[in-house]
Design a protein around this ligand. Structure first.
Ligand code: HEC
Length: 117
């Protein structure tokens, strides 16, 4: 009887150890795409940076609602959105600074390879 109890205990402990050391599958973190970025820019940057807005006389006002232009200017945009709100050239002009999470998302978009979708 003792032997059976001992065997059961051994099996139970082994099973516990095995289940604890079994590797957990790495969580899948989705890549950030322009679709995610445009949710931020649609609120904070458009209409000032809207393509085909008709009255855009400032060549430096690049269109951040456009994937290829946003991609080409990713570094310039990151520079502007990370400036101090009191600094010249801060973006979004006249609005509060983007949240840390939004800025991080923009950095992640660059890190993920500036994907469109
Ligand atoms: C109220 C209007 C307005 C808003 C809102 C705004 N911008 Fe601008 N933006 C401008 C103007 C005007 C300029 C040109 C003057 C300058 O370079 O600072 C400009 C210039 C820029 C430039 C420089 C382009 C270049 O070629 O050097 C970048 C990058 C930029 N904005 C990004 C953004 C981003 C990203 C947002 C949103 C988070 C944003 N802007 C929101 C008006 C705006």
């Amino acid at each position: 009887m003792k032997k059976i109890t001992l065997a059961i205990t051994f099996i139970t402990i082994s099973a516990l150890i095995f289940s604890c050391t079994k590797e957990e599958a790495a969580p899948v973190i989705p890549k950030t795409t322009f679709a995610d970025i445009s949710k931020i820019t649609a609120i904070s940057c458009v209409p000032c940076h809207l393509a085909n807005s008709g009255a855009n006389f400032d060549a430096r006002k690049k269109h951040v609602d456009n994937y290829s232009i946003t991609k080409e200017n990713a570094t310039i945009i990151l520079d502007r959105i990370t400036r101090d709100p009191s600094a010249a050239g801060f973006m979004p002009r006249g609005k509060p600074k983007l949240s840390d999470a939004e800025i991080e998302l923009f950095k992640k978009w660059i890190g993920d390879g500036l994907l469109e979708k």
